[in-house]
Ligand binder design. Structure first.
Ligand code: PAF
Length: 264
């Protein structure tokens, strides 16, 4: 695996598949890298902790940094190129921000104003420098994936399913910090209950019942959305998804699941 600091050194020739990350890699990222290998023999992984998507400077400072482990994981998962750009290369002058529009202001955007503008701005800039043919993003951050898909670009955006531990907890850098695993699993239990329910009103009721059953869980939002526009889903909408966010012992957790009207 070639390690580069500048995009020029990267020189990933041919049609490459790209996995942008902020590091602290785990098995979820490994699955994105493996997915990327299905599209191309050249897989570029970037690690860049994007200051523009942190509204809180403390969160930015505390963001986990595990460079040696990340290099190992990226190589083992099949990355051919690892890019560790400096902030000056990503934002050389005054930053022209990309607006996420109204979808950037709901759900995850409510308490994180400007977060999705920061995500789209960096993804666009990373695309300009890497020029990939495909880019892979996890469904775990479904609102982010939807916004990136809606961004004007020539890059084909591929969504990859959420990777879960054997007990169902989605893999993410935050979930790794969870101490009360059983309480955190209430989100998974609520999603499964919703996904098994054919009637959307009953699904909404059952989600709330399951979430309320866990005292250590504080709800941020729970909704069944129409995947195409993130509006509140109606029974006959084709692609529906349950989305949940909340807190367990000071850690904010998010997860989602497609509503298939059957167990998964
Ligand atoms: O999902 C992430 O890790 C980040 O939001 C991304 C897409 C790499 C942009 O910084």
């Amino acid at each position: 695996m070639k390690i580069a600091v500048t995009a020029k050194e990267l020189a990933a020739d041919g049609a490459c598949a790209f996995v942008p990350t902020m590091g602290a890699l785990h098995a979820g990222h490994a699955s994105l890298i493996k997915k990327a290998r299905e599209y191309s023999g050249t897989v570029v992984v970037s690690i860049f902790i994007n200051p523009l998507q942190f509204e809180n400077k403390d969160d930015l400072a505390k963001y986990p940094r595990t460079p040696e482990f990340d290099i190992e994981l990226a190589a083992q998962a099949g990355a051919t190129h690892l890019w560790l750009p400096h902030v000056d290369e990503i934002y050389p002058g005054e930053v022209q921000k990309i607006s996420a529009g109204p979808l950037g202001d709901i759900y995850e955007g409510v308490k994180r104003p400007g977060h999705f503008d920061g995500v789209l701005t960096v993804v666009n800039r990373l695309f300009e420098l890497v020029k990939p043919t495909w880019a892979i993003f996890g469904e775990k951050d479904f609102q982010q994936l939807t916004l990136i898909k809606s961004m004007k670009s020539n890059v084909q955006i591929i969504g990859a399913p959420t990777v879960r531990d054997s007990d169902g907890l989605a893999l993410s850098s935050r979930n790794i910090r969870v101490s009360d695993r059983d309480a955190a699993l209430v989100i998974y239990r609520a999603l499964i209950a919703a996904a098994q329910e054919k009637n959307i009103d009953l699904a909404r009721t059952v989600v709330m019942e399951v979430l309320r059953s866990e005292e250590a869980f504080t709800l941020d939002y729970a909704e069944i959305i129409n995947e195409s526009n993130f509006g509140k889903a109606s029974q006959n909408d084709e692609s529906k998804r349950a989305i949940i966010a909340g807190w367990v012992n000071g850690i904010r957790l998010i997860d989602n699941m497609p509503m298939n009207g059957g167990a998964q």
